[in-house]
Design a protein around this ligand. Structure first.
Ligand SMILES: *[C@@H]1O[C@H](CO)[C@@H](O)[C@H](O)[C@H]1NC(C)=O
Ligand SMILES: *[C@@H]1O[C@H](CO)[C@@H](O)[C@H](O)[C@H]1NC(C)=O
Length: 648
């Protein structure tokens, strides 16, 4: 047993190591080159000689590509691109794809898509290991739109010592999406399913900035295009913020590097709005959207001074923040080795009935906060079983109808403190009642800085993290995610990803029922900056032989805006056995207070026609944008339709 598991671990380690391949004997070709700037310049030992597509006498139009024949097959898992180092940016690659082939004829779907940052820094795109002899780097745009060119100083390819094919039943990773920033926060846009990510004032660091601006990127799954934008009109460096999506589907971003600010992203107008300052400056606070559509926030001593970061509430309609004198932060503090600076960070908040908030952690003590009166109130809700303080652990409401929350991992102190494998199911009922807590089977891997995502079927995907959390380090990173099944109370370990996701990483469920796991780092010239995300496709998207499963389709829905307690009629392309609603998510620093799942029991109303009833409680169906999924008897989910749930 010991030998077997050691061998398995060694095999995983070998398949993840990235060794630079010796380029001797390689052949490299391009669709175009300027004499003197031949493609071989991109694989010679010199970073001063460059490859450049032809610019005179003809400007050969984009797209361009470089194709490398390594002369034998390797277990490829990364490609690096060094832009020209001569101070000239012409030809820097912007939007790009990386493809692999074993014969130079048949190219599979890209292993990397996305956009590089327009600068001279080394770009390294990592992806799950795949055997291949040929590598192709395609430039779709020039990073600064300076001309129709592609240039490169140096290209390297990296390989693992061995290859372990992913197991069909354990889901699949890829492609990798390259972003021109290190996204430390992200949210899904409900109208388009686009992913909005942001870093800080700079693409690669959060510290030493001028404040007042933020680098954002948007990935459009429909077109595959990643774009970049600098937001300065709200005068807000939105790094390390509180984050939740309001009752109309707008991400509301509070504090962080500019600790008093509030910025709202108007998804429909694609514009950022400067909103009222908070009463208390904060960074690392958590916030949750309430049953009445207001937003509650608490904690946040990382920025804007330390201590007394008591609760306050934001009315999105009147644009006013109000302190709640009855909602002190003291009951939810952890006993962190770094004191209050860390003790009030990243609360696990759940908006619940009648404007209340259930706080499930990370402190071992759980609490109720109410906001229905002008002062609000707080009440202890007991301990989370035998769990210790679990800073930077995960908490996910996988069944809001039955008040079910999974908690997993975390560590007693924020950093330099061993994470646990602990998992509990906390079941909440009426406001103020002590919840029931059941310890469930532990995870295989201890993790802190991981992320938790509820899937349409109610299983909870826990991804990334570190056994011993250390900001800006990927040591002890856990690459294999685990899937919690509420029916068995157990976790299953899944196929490992390629890229460590630790401090400053996030994961989100997308409307197509895949999970995006991205970010990590944002530490300047450090080696742990991750300008990317990896897409995970859960096993429900595949047949047992690994081919893509046929997906049911939601053809029509009777309404896309719906009030509590009302009925929805849905027609589908084939027979459906269950539906679920999952609220659109936002995530930063392990916290996603927006996602929650409502299982819906369909009533048959004719062939492939179903009636669904929305819960009649705004504490369960928090107002805002939700994804409606339909699942067939094989468990295959549809692509989601978006529904706006209104409280009245
Ligand atoms: C790459 O360049 C080759 C010429 O070297 C061309 O035939 C091919 O169409 C290009 N492929 C892509 C995907 O751009
Ligand atoms: C809602 O909460 C307020 C204050 O906490 C309380 O006075 C009121 O009775 C509650 N309403 C319901 C329906 O529970």
């Amino acid at each position: 047993m010991w030998l077997k598991s050691t061998a398995a671990i060694l095999a995983v380690v070998a398949s993840l190591a990235k060794a630079q391949i010796d380029r001797t004997g390689w052949q490299i070709t391009s669709d175009s080159f300027q004499p003197g700037n031949e493609p071989t310049n991109a694989i010679d030992a010199s970073t001063t000689s460059i490859f450049h597509t032809e610019w005179t006498p003809v400007n050969v139009p984009l797209p361009h590509n470089l194709t490398i024949d390594m002369k034998k097959s390797y277990n490829i898992n990364a490609v690096s691109y060094l832009p020209r180092q001569d101070g000239n940016s012409n030809g820097n690659i912007g939007q790009h794809q990386i493809q692999l082939s074993s014969d130079g004829q048949i190219w599979g779907s890209p292993v990397v898509i996305g956009t590089y940052l327009d600068d001279a820094s080394l770009k390294k795109s990592s992806f799950v290991t795949k055997p291949a002899r040929y590598v192709r780097l395609i430039a779709i745009t020039e990073a600064g739109n300076r001309g129709p060119w592609m240039s490169a100083a140096d290209i390297n390819v990296f390989a693992a010592a061995s290859y372990t094919p992913p197991q069909n039943s354990l889901g699949r990773w890829g492609p990798t999406i390259d972003f021109p920033i290190v996204p430390a926060a992200a949210a899904i846009e409900h109208d388009s399913g686009k992913l909005l990510g942001w870093s800080s004032f700079a693409a690669n660091t959060f510290s030493g900035g001028p404040g007042g601006m933020t680098q954002t990127c948007t990935y459009d799954p429909a077109s595959g295009v990643v774009s970049k934008r600098t937001i300065s009109n709200t005068n807000h460096d939105m790094f390390c913020p509180g984050l939740s999506i309001d009752a109309t589907g707008r991400p509301v971003v509070t504090g962080g590097n500019n600790a008093e600010k509030t910025s709202i992203y108007d998804v429909n107008a694609d514009a950022w709005i400067a909103a009222a300052n908070m009463q208390i400056s904060r960074g690392y606070q958590s916030q949750a959207t309430l049953s009445d559509g207001r937003i509650f926030t608490i904690g946040g001593s990382w920025s804007g001074g330390q201590g007394n970061k008591n609760g306050e509430v934001y009315n999105t309609l009147s644009n006013q923040w109000a302190l709640l004198s009855g909602c002190p932060v003291a009951p939810m503090l952890t006993n962190d080795a770094q004191g209050v600076y860390r003790a009030d960070n990243h609360a696990w908040l759940f908006g619940w009935k009648n404007g209340s908030v259930f706080q499930a952690g990370p402190s071992k003590a759980m609490n109720w906060y109410t906001t229905a009166t002008a002062s609000g109130s707080t009440k202890p809700a007991g301990l989370r079983g035998t769990d210790a303080d679990a800073m930077c652990g995960n908490s996910v409401m996988y069944d809001a109808v039955n008040g079910k929350i999974l908690t997993a991992g975390g560590s007693p102190s924020y950093q330099d403190s061993d994470a646990t494998t602990n998992a509990y199911v906390v079941t909440i009922g009426n406001v103020g009642n002590t919840p029931t807590v059941a310890q469930v089977a532990s995870m295989q891997y201890a993790r802190s800085f991981a992320n938790g995502v509820v899937l349409p079927n109610g299983k909870v995907f826990i991804t990334g993290g570190q056994a011993r959390p250390v900001p800006f380090s990927d040591n002890t990173a856990v690459l294999a995610p685990e899937l919690f099944d509420p029916a068995t109370g157990k976790f299953t370990t899944l196929n490992p990803m390629a890229i460590a996701r630790t401090y400053h990483s996030w994961a989100l469920l997308m409307p197509d029922a895949t999970v995006y796991n991205g970010g990590g780092g944002l530490c300047g010239t450090c080696t742990t900056n991750h300008f990317d995300a990896e897409i995970y496709s859960p096993s429900y998207l595949f047949n047992s032989d690994g081919t893509l499963a046929a997906r049911p389709k939601i053809n029509t829905i009777s309404a896309t805006t719906i009030t509590l307690g009302s009925k929805l009629t849905v027609t589908t392309s084939s027979a459906i056995t269950s539906f679920s609603l999952i609220r659109y998510g936002s995530a930063t620093h392990t916290v996603n207070t927006d996602q929650r799942r409502i299982p819906l029991v369909p009533l048959s109303a004719g062939t492939n026609t179903y009636t669904l009833t929305i819960p009649n409680d705004a504490g369960i169906a928090i107002p805002g944008s939700w994804m409606l999924f339909a699942m067939n008897s094989a468990g295959v989910p549809s692509v989601a339709k978006t529904i706006l749930v209104k409280s009245a």
